[in-house]
Write a protein of this length. Structure first.
Length: 331
């Protein structure tokens, strides 16, 4: 009887410890290029909140959404980082995210960045899309989409079915060309060398010299100056009409650790987190923290193009099907 009692006591203690560990663990789903948060920020959050943070990385944001839908009945994650406005539409439709209005929301300098007024997603960074190029491979600097159309297999893009950058680039062209966007893509497809699964893969191909241009961000000139101490790569915004990408963070619906999830969102809007964004994520912070000097090499569009969220929600699937058809028929 004594042995049985001891075994039962041990089981109770172990069960209690297991439950306590779960209560003190925050699971974050994000994409590969956000792995830099594990350097110092995660450790700082763990120390402040006496918890453990588990960062699970995916190739891109689309795969985060797919995994959350798959795990809908038994959630594993507490937080999803890297959600864009178009992806939030799918997330809300599938009821995989929860609303939360952070107490630090007032720190966001431009309220137009708050793309969801129900606060199912909180913005943490933003940046304008751009085309980067290797100036050593051009006699004349490209300045417009028309310039790109003149060159076959000259640009690497990201697949809008798997990449948030690719999705927003597609939206950019639709915002610019309206009902004529398909005609543009039928011509533009000849200039596309490949549609990579995500930004990381496309940048690897670009650095390997597979094409002289790629779709990226307006801060890439700053990146080049910081890392290469020269303008090795330069960026331009075709026709000076840019499209802004905003990234957000969401709490997963029925998150195992809701309280820690809320604290993480508050943390992402803190000065400590925001000041790390420019030189790690190469995007603009949403709060008023000071920007590094190299950001003077970032380019800014003269005009901002945009699409209404309701238009995106109504047409996104149709647009993607048309895009796939065009690219399959690429000549």
């Amino acid at each position: 009887m004594k042995k049985i009692t001891i075994i039962l006591l041990l089981c109770t203690v172990l069960t209690g410890l297991s439950a306590e560990n779960q209560q003190n663990e925050l699971t974050i789903y994000t994409y590969d290029s956000l792995s830099w948060i594990e350097k110092n920020l995660v450790k700082s959050f763990e120390q402040t909140n006496h918890c453990r943070v588990k960062v699970v990385k995916f190739e891109n944001s689309s795969k985060i959404i797919s995994r959350l839908i798959f795990e809908k009945r038994k959630n594993v994650a507490d937080i999803a980082v890297g959600i864009t406005p178009s992806m939030l539409i799918k997330a809300k439709k599938n009821k995989i995210v929860a609303d939360y209005k952070s107490g630090n929301i007032s720190a966001i300098k431009d309220k137009s960045l708050i793309f969801d007024r129900e606060f199912y997603c909180t913005p943490f960074d933003f940046g304008a899309l751009a085309v980067i190029y290797d100036p050593a491979k051009f006699k004349k600097t490209p300045e417009s989409f028309d310039d790109i159309l003149k060159m076959e297999n000259s640009i690497i893009i990201q697949d809008p079915r798997t990449s948030s950058t690719g999705t927003d680039f597609l939206f950019w062209t639709i915002a610019k060309y309206g009902d004529g966007w398909e005609n543009f893509w039928e011509k533009f497809s000849r200039s596309v060398l490949t549609a990579a699964p995500g930004w990381t893969e496309s940048f690897s191909k670009f650095e390997n010299g597979e094409a002289p241009m790629m779709v990226s961000y307006a801060t890439d000139g700053a990146y080049s100056m910081e890392n290469y101490k020269s303008s090795k790569y330069k960026a331009f915004i075709p026709d000076n009409e840019g499209f802004i990408q905003i990234e957000g963070v969401s709490i997963v619906k029925n998150a195992p650790n809701r309280k820690l999830a809320e604290k993480w969102i508050d943390f992402m809007l803190s000065d400590q987190f925001q000041k790390e964004i420019p030189l790690n994520q190469w995007m603009f912070p949403v709060t008023s923290v000071a920007l590094p000097d190299v950001y003077k090499y970032a380019v800014t569009p003269q005009k901002i193009l945009s699409l209404d969220a309701s238009v995106i929600e109504k047409n996104q699937e149709k647009w993607l099907k048309s895009w796939v058809k065009i690219m399959k028929n690429k000549k």
